[in-house]
Write a protein of this length. Structure first.
Length: 306
């Protein structure tokens, strides 16, 4: 009997893989988040985004589920790592945000990426209470042309999970019509603990329920690693806030609590007849994006100038 090494998503009939297949475990924790941002030439303020999707996670999803020249949409892009990684992978990218702070920062990151010789289209739009942004995108010819909707669950005010899920549902329902037939949706989420009980919440299942209610069909629930193992030792790369949360949980629960070592990545499709994943497939290597030249001191773009 062959050893089961992971779950692999099938590709639509007749499509040839241009990148890695999506396995149940994504090897995205080799480098720390800081190293990923530095290598990608991101603006120094990018790490301040509390719901930032690690560039390695964004790159893996884009390389596995789209082909060069495809279109990636993030309807809640924050600091714009999903948009930048799409551009670096040779995909067109559209980012939306409702906060001017992230709009300026994402545009700065996109501008810097284009300045390094990226020749695909990328833009960041701010919703800013203007009605009809989604309609305008659709009338611009994007209905049925988005290959991948890639985003993350962003925390609501004061950690309001219900509010964050309700907002996510609205975004998915609003932008699902832009997906092409066979297009995918990937939603990532970080581990979250109950503020009083300190036990881990099953946020991915709630996201899956929200996505299903928006008309999407679940395909796979994957683990995107944020940790790596070297010489038998696990490096979790947990943030100070995560370490403090684990310490509080240990005191409340009375037993050791593991630091987070992964994010969950839910893969869905707009097609109601999405096929079941195939099993017993080895995990291929992820092609790394080209390393940009490191900018000199003082050469990073000003946020307001993007």
């Amino acid at each position: 009997m062959s050893k089961r090494t992971g779950t692999q998503l099938p590709r639509p009939a007749g499509e040839r893989s241009e990148g890695p297949v999506v396995s149940s475990v994504w090897p995205t924790g080799t480098d720390s988040l800081t190293a990923q941002l530095n290598e990608g030439g991101y603006h120094d303020a990018t790490g301040a985004d509390p719901a930032l999707m690690a560039p390695a996670i964004a790159h893996y999803a884009i390389a596995a589920l789209t082909r060069p020249g495809g279109v990636v949409l993030d309807p809640d892009c924050g600091a714009g790592t999903t948009i930048v990684e799409a551009l670096r992978a040779g995909r067109h990218a559209i980012g939306l945000t409702g906060q001017r702070r992230w709009w300026r920062l994402a545009r700065a990151n996109v501008t810097a990426t284009k300045a390094r010789g990226v020749f695909v289209d990328g833009m960041v739009l701010i919703l800013d209470r203007r009605p009809g942004t989604a309609v305008a995108a659709a009338t611009a010819g994007l209905t049925g042309r988005i290959d991948l909707l890639l985003t993350t669950l962003r925390p609501g005010p004061a950690g309001d999970l219900d509010g964050a899920l309700e907002r996510l549902h609205g975004l998915l329902a609003q932008y699902r019509p832009l997906l092409r037939p066979g297009g995918h949706v990937v939603i990532t989420s970080a581990p979250q603990r109950h503020p009083v009980r300190h036990d881990l919440l099953d946020v991915p299942s709630r996201i899956a329920a929200v996505a299903t209610a928006a008309g999407l069909a679940p395909v796979a629930r994957c683990v995107a690693l944020t940790a790596t193992v070297r010489r038998g030792r696990t490096y979790t790369r947990a943030s100070l806030a995560q370490r403090r949360a684990a310490t509080r949980a240990e005191r409340a629960l009375g037993h050791p609590v593991a630091l987070p070592a992964h994010h969950t990545a839910l893969v869905l499709r707009a097609d109601p007849d999405a096929a079941d994943p195939a099993l017993n497939q080895p995990l291929p290597a992820v092609p790394a994006p080209p390393r940009p030249p490191r900018p000199g001191r003082g050469t990073r773009p000003d946020l307001a100038a993007a």
